[in-house]
Design a protein around this ligand. Structure first.
Ligand SMILES: C[S@@+](CC[C@H](N)C(=O)[O-])C[C@H]1O[C@@H](n2cnc3c(N)ncnc32)[C@H](O)[C@@H]1O
Length: 307
């Protein structure tokens, strides 16, 4: 989420404050026709996230995240914000290749990348594309097609916006209750701040956007999990090196779970650092204190159970 300034030269720092060169950041979006800017931002995000996700996958980050869920006996999974599919691949390997997967992402380029990742590993995902986003005088607006057919099995990659999609909940409920909902490393592309869904909600920072998506995920998980099913949220944040930091993270997730019947039951962490060649800016999650990490970073997994 950024404030705009005059256009820099290609090798100068981008106007958005990302510290990347302009040509590696907003330039292609700025040069695109108005009707293409949103999809161009989605495309760039998907290309860049795949670089980060490849590196995280190679060093075992996704395997650590999926291992946190193994003991809960997962046969039916809803993954919110699947990115490039590396997390799903790890969960298929951890929970068994007959796992029922519904993966949701608003970004069609991410869904295509996920399809490619899974197909290369020998899986047969089916893609359901259904969101049209157009520029308006004030930003962007989306039209969501109804979901009239059963979601394809065993792996459905569904284009849907977890924050605003009027057809998502009924389609998921028609599919049956889930054993687990995952929301890992939430982030979003550079034009999302101008979408009416985000503007109308008053979301003005990357961190606020993450909470916006996670809060929607808590509410959705409450409605689609079976009793005893679990929601796992994984973020990057300060290593939980003492009880106060751990309690702070737990408190912030208990606040998020407050309006639901989910109970926060478990937190764990493992060391994490930004991968080499990382191209998507890292947004860390502070606890309720708002304290910004100045020490070691970690992946932080928080698990809640549906009563
Ligand atoms: C940083 S990527 C993480 C991907 C994957 N979970 C991982 O750990 O590699 C975040 C993903 O969430 C998706 N996303 C963001 N907001 C969303 C929303 N409102 N509805 C659905 N997907 C969303 C983005 O398009 C992106 O693919």
């Amino acid at each position: 989420m950024s404030t705009r300034y005059a256009m820099p030269g290609p090798n100068e720092p981008c106007w958005c404050g990302s510290t990347r060169k302009y040509k590696q950041c907003h330039r292609a979006i700025d040069l695109a026709a108005p009707e293409d800017k949103y999809s161009e931002a989605q495309r760039i995000y998907a290309v860049n996230w795949r670089v980060t996700a490849d590196a995280q996958s190679k060093r075992g980050d996704y395997d650590w995240m999926s291992r946190q869920l193994k003991k809960y006996g997962i046969n039916r999974l809803l993954d919110i914000g699947c990115g490039s599919g590396h997390g799903i691949l790890s969960m298929l390997s951890e929970f068994g290749s007959d796992l029922r997967v519904v993966a949701v992402d608003e970004n069609p380029s991410c869904l295509s990348t996920t399809k490619d990742t899974l197909q290369k590993a020998g899986h047969a995902p089916a893609l359901v594309s259904r969101i049209e986003t157009q520029p308006t005088n004030f930003g962007y607006r989306s039209v969501y097609s109804a979901i009239t057919e059963e979601l394809p099995a065993p792996i459905c990659l569904l284009q849907a916006d977890v924050c605003s999609d009027p057809h998502l909940l009924s389609a998921l409920q028609a599919d049956g209750l889930f054993d687990a909902v995952t929301v890992w490393l939430n982030g979003v592309h550079m034009q999302r701040q101008d979408h009416e869904v985000v503007r109308d909600a008053g979301v003005e920072s990357d961190y606020a956007h993450r909470l916006f998506v996670q809060n929607a995920a808590y509410e959705l998980a409450d409605k689609v999990l079976r009793s005893g099913g679990v929601l796992q949220v994984v973020d990057r944040g300060e290593s939980l090196s003492n009880d106060a930091l751990t309690e702070d993270i737990l408190r912030s997730h208990r606040e998020q779970a407050g309006p639901t019947t989910l109970d926060v039951i478990e937190v764990d962490h493992t060391p994490w650092s930004a991968p080499e060649g990382k191209r998507v800016p890292m947004v860390q999650t502070p606890g309720t204190s708002g304290r910004v990490a100045n020490g070691d970073m970690a992946l932080i997994s928080v698990i809640s159970v549906k009563s």
